[in-house]
Design a binder for this molecule. Structure first.
Ligand SMILES: Cc1cc2nc3c(=O)[nH]c(=O)nc-3n(C[C@H](O)[C@H](O)[C@H](O)COP(=O)(O)O)c2cc1C
Length: 250
């Protein structure tokens, strides 16, 4: 008999940047849980984890935008908006975006369409809030939309513990899965110190730190394994990118 989660995993999703604003500050996050709920009026729903800064901003402003990601969206963009928190960095500092007349930021890089909504209702779903928003503006850009399946199969992305679809079954343990960047980002060096087997490496996408002293026992890498000795097919236990997307730390 299939588990409940394995059946729910057959549901289809896209990938989006959901953004909002508060007191002149802009922030956004990756979400897969976005859907249209009615056509008359045009209305969407998004499910946002209560711990996220974007949740706080949507609550405060009653505004949100949805940028529909294209298949061309790189892991670096998904990592920035999906594995780092606006509490530590300004995600829009180097991301092309517009700000609507109502003050809501809307990411435009690698997007096929843009939607802005005004919150008209919400439902408490324990870990998440489901926000209902009436569409106040929408713009088509064009291209092929990113699906969640494409993110998994082609980009080798992983489920995020704050996504409403995350069950924990196939993902890294909670301790390793802390998605937020440290308050002070780790310092990277451009040339890996090959002479230092004890050097830690940071994932450029999600900021996971590989510490040789700890290894990655969950994935068969014993403590004491230098980064250079990791198998070629080892991937970041948090976001799934390969070793080539790691940088040595001082
Ligand atoms: C592929 C993917 C899908 C995600 N889907 C959701 C989602 O639907 N809802 C949600 O609340 N968080 C989701 N997240 C997690 C947030 O994007 C993540 O926690 C983000 O860092 C929150 O940023 P913030 O604190 O700046 O708002 C997802 C992350 C990824 C990588």
């Amino acid at each position: 008999m299939a588990s409940v989660q394995s059946v729910l995993d057959q549901l289809s999703y896209g990938l989006y940047i959901v953004s909002s604003c508060s007191d002149g500050r802009c922030n956004g996050q990756i979400s897969n849980a976005v859907m249209q709920v009615t056509a008359f009026p045009p209305r969407i729903a998004v499910s946002i984890n209560k711990t996220e800064l974007t949740h706080e901003f949507i609550e405060k402003s009653g505004l949100l935008s949805v940028s529909i990601l294209a298949q061309t969206a790189p892991m670096s963009l998904i990592g920035l908006f999906g594995y780092q928190s606006g509490r530590n960095i300004n995600k829009f500092a180097d991301t092309s975006h517009i700000v609507s007349p109502r003050g809501c930021p809307i990411a435009i890089e690698h997007c096929v369409g843009l939607i802005e909504g005004r919150v008209t209702g919400k439902m408490d779903a324990q870990t998440h809030t489901v926000f209902l928003a009436d569409v106040v503006d929408a713009k088509a850009i064009g291209g092929v939309p990113m699906t969640y399946a494409y993110y998994y199969k082609e980009l080798k992305g992983k489920a995020h513990k704050n996504a409403p679809t995350y069950s924990g079954a196939t993902s890294a343990p909670a301790a390793a899965a802390a998605p937020s960047a440290p308050a002070t980002p780790p310092t990277k060096v451009t040339t890996p110190p090959s002479s230092s087997p004890s050097a830690s490496y940071v994932c450029d996408v999600c900021r996971y730190i590989y510490d040789p002293a700890k290894g990655d026992p969950e994935n068969g890498v014993p403590a004491g394994t230098p980064f250079s000795s990791l198998p070629d097919d080892w991937v970041c236990p948090i976001c799934g990118v390969g070793k080539d997307q790691f940088s040595a730390m001082k």
